[in-house]
Write a protein that binds this ligand. Sequence first.
Ligand code: ZN
Length: 142
Amino acid sequence: MAAKEYICKRTFIGRIPHGSDLLNSLTEFVREKRIKLGRLQMIGAVEKAVAGLYDSEAEKYENFVFDKPMEVLSLIGNVSLKDGQPFIHAHITLGDEKGQSFGGHLMEGTIVFAAEFIIEEFEGEDLERIFDKTTGLALWDI
Ligand code: ZN
């Protein structure tokens, strides 16, 4: 295992406007606030959602489109640096009208109905994502 130690700094609690793209809104927020490292959580509802599954053979994401209103039962993620810019990696769990759950890696195209988020910022050494040959992913340089 590899890890670095950080101190909690600022905490932001907020709402994302109705009709916004969820991932783009979160990315804009962390860039505007210069949050280079942190964690996030969000609950609420979406009008539609796009989530992905990483295909390790093809080394790319396969997207699922959920083209209907769903609850966001849970969204968790982190903020770190990629190409020198704050970058969000988040996973979303969605619930439908039968109480069934679906989800995956949060993608652009997920439209907010209502969203309440909490972002905690950490202070310490920068944490940058770098290309990892084994997985084909941009992983933390720890
Ligand atoms: Zn992911």
